[in-house]
Design a protein around this ligand. Structure first.
Ligand code: KG4
Ligand code: ZN
Length: 382
């Protein structure tokens, strides 16, 4: 029975998971509406909110699970990557709790957590891999990451090899930045997803240039890299050259006012209530942007899967909630006879159940953290 704690970005989360799979409680306090006022996560505000939320969130998770602290076997916490001040709140609290209760402490890489958000629901995949039959290729795609990992279980312990990553922006960041340019709500991904359904994905052509390698470090470069900063600039250029700027500014002003009153407003509701805000050219641009980004993620992921002989694909992180991504990855996997798995929607975004699930293998392997556990903002996996 593991208590997981996650505070790497803008969600304060705690969960209780039994046996690495059975979620007894999964509580998330999101700071989304707070940061929406600034159009992005403000690190200082995030730390303060984590401080405010950490105790009630852990208490709520314990109450929901219906267990006492004494019944826990270990406490797992995200050690990185993430915002230093935000990570420190979760780590300091987890360490104090472990010390006070005399419990074992486990440090978890946030990216490994995202992969386990899928694996914990995929009994067959995990078992296939455990028996050595299956290597998995994981795409972790969120606001901060676009990484490809080759995952394999060796003697019960998961091993990861990074085979691709973004050289600039993450895919979720590109969604958010394009949405911001178009005057949509924050975070932009869900807005783009819902609005893209109403546009023509072939209206605007976006190209992805081959990625130039930087060999300064001397290490062998990853083979399946991504780059998403170019498409953001292309969206900006399209807005400027197609006279779409005034409409975007008007949309920003109107939606900004409405969202202050109704922070939870969804794009589909906004479209229904004020269709005049979403002209054809904008909807087409959104659909084309999403189609291009998803197409690029799909191409690189399946190329990497093929090259590495992976039998299955796992997609995780906030962008894994994207409906076009799910549809196209599922169709392509079927075409190639590969398995593909996604987390449930609740497990795609940051949560602590995935941290507790990732900790389970470490618990079994005796990989515990000591007093020295600290925040590692740039922590890598693989
Ligand atoms: O994993 P996550 O909650 O936090 C990070 O670790 O970044 O991912 C958040 C990201 C944001 O960029 C958000 O816009 C994006 O995931 N996102 C989506 C969708 N839902 C969330 N992007 C595209 N389509 C969606 N439906
Ligand atoms: Zn995340």
């Amino acid at each position: 029975m593991i208590l997981g704690i996650e505070s790497s970005c803008d969600e304060t989360a705690a969960a209780v998971v039994r046996g690495g799979r059975e979620v007894l409680a999964n509580v998330v306090a999101s700071q989304m509406t707070l940061h929406a006022n600034y159009g992005g996560v403000v690190p200082e505000l995030a730390s303060r909110e984590h401080l405010r939320n950490i105790v009630p969130v852990v208490r709520a998770a314990m109450a929901e699970a219906g267990i006492e602290f004494g019944e826990l076997d270990a406490i797992a916490v995200t050690e990185g990557p993430g915002l230093a001040g935000a990570l420190l709140v979760g780590i300091t609290y987890a360490k104090a709790l472990a010390l006070g209760l005399g419990k074992l402490l486990i440090g978890v890489n946030h990216l490994e957590g995202h992969i386990h958000a899928v694996l914990m629901g995929e009994k067959q995949e995990a078992e296939k891999s455990r028996s050595g039959q299956g290597r998995l290729l994981a795409l972790v795609v969120s606001g901060g990451h676009t990484h490809l990992y080759l995952c394999e279980q060796v003697d019960g312990v998961w091993r990861y090899r990074n085979v691709g990553k973004t050289v600039d922006d993450a895919a979720g960041e590109a969604f958010d930045k394009a949405a911001k340019l178009l005057g949509l709500g924050y975070p932009g991904g869900p807005w783009m997803d819902e609005l893209a359904k109403h546009g023509d994905p072939r209206a605007v052509e976006f190209r992805f240039q081959p990625i130039k390698r930087r060999d300064r470090s001397g290490e062998a470069p990853a083979t399946f890299d991504f780059s998403f900063s170019g498409i953001k600039t292309a969206v900006l250029r399209h807005i400027e050259t197609h006279g779409m700027r005034a409409a975007a500014e008007a949309r920003r002003a109107t939606l900004g006012t409405v969202l202050k009153e109704r922070p939870g407003l969804r794009a589909s509701e906004a479209l229904k209530e004020a269709p005049e805000l979403f002209d054809r050219a904008t909807l087409d641009l959104i659909a084309s942007f999403q189609s291009a980004v998803v197409g690029n993620l799909l191409k690189q992921t399946f190329r990497a899967a093929e090259a590495s002989g992976a039998g299955g694909i796992v997609v995780s992180g906030g962008v894994a909630a994207n409906s076009e991504l799910r549809r196209r990855f599922t169709a392509e996997a079927e075409r190639r006879g590969l398995d593909v798995a996604f987390p449930t929607l609740a497990m795609s975004t940051d949560n602590a159940a995935m941290i507790a699930a990732a900790a389970f293998g470490k618990f079994a392997a005796g990989a515990f953290a000591g007093d020295e556990l600290g925040a590692t903002p740039q922590l890598r996996l693989g």
